[in-house]
Write a protein that binds this ligand. Structure first.
Ligand code: 5GP
Length: 113
């Protein structure tokens, strides 16, 4: 199967502004930011979307969220931030490789569009 866009970013085959990486996850700036700070954090292992995560992914999903909070803190988002996971067409998913959006740097409206 061909690699996802984000697998290629994780492997540094495509350029991106990586702000954090370890053996399980990579965080990089979104190329089309929707807020002053917009970082994506993705598992290296390409789970397509959260609806397809499996019980054996539990530790990886926990690590992803813990690292998202760490990345947000290191990005200076002390006033707060939002974590978003878009799932499927109606959820606004456009890249079929699970990713958490870390959005901040301005007050974020609710409910989302
Ligand atoms: P989704 O719509 O799937 O929840 O989010 C996909 C995100 O990936 C979008 O915010 C989009 O701007 C971002 N994106 C798409 N292609 C690239 C790319 O090549 N590099 C980076 N850094 N972000 C990308």
């Amino acid at each position: 199967m061909s690699q996802t866009l984000f697998e290629r970013i994780c492997a540094r085959e495509l350029p991106s502004a990586i702000v954090y990486e370890d053996d399980k996850v990579v965080a990089f700036k979104d190329v089309n930011p929707k807020a002053p700070t917009h970082i994506l954090i993705v598992p290296r292992h390409p789970i397509p979307r959260v609806a397809e995560a499996q019980p054996e992914d539990q530790a990886l999903l926990g690590h992803l969220l813990l690292k998202a909070a760490e990345v947000a803190s290191k990005a200076g988002l002390s006033g707060g931030y939002r974590l978003v996971i878009n799932n499927g067409r109606d959820g606004g998913e456009s890249v079929p490789h699970l990713h958490v959006h870390i959005l901040g740097g301005r007050p974020l409206g609710w409910p989302p569009g």
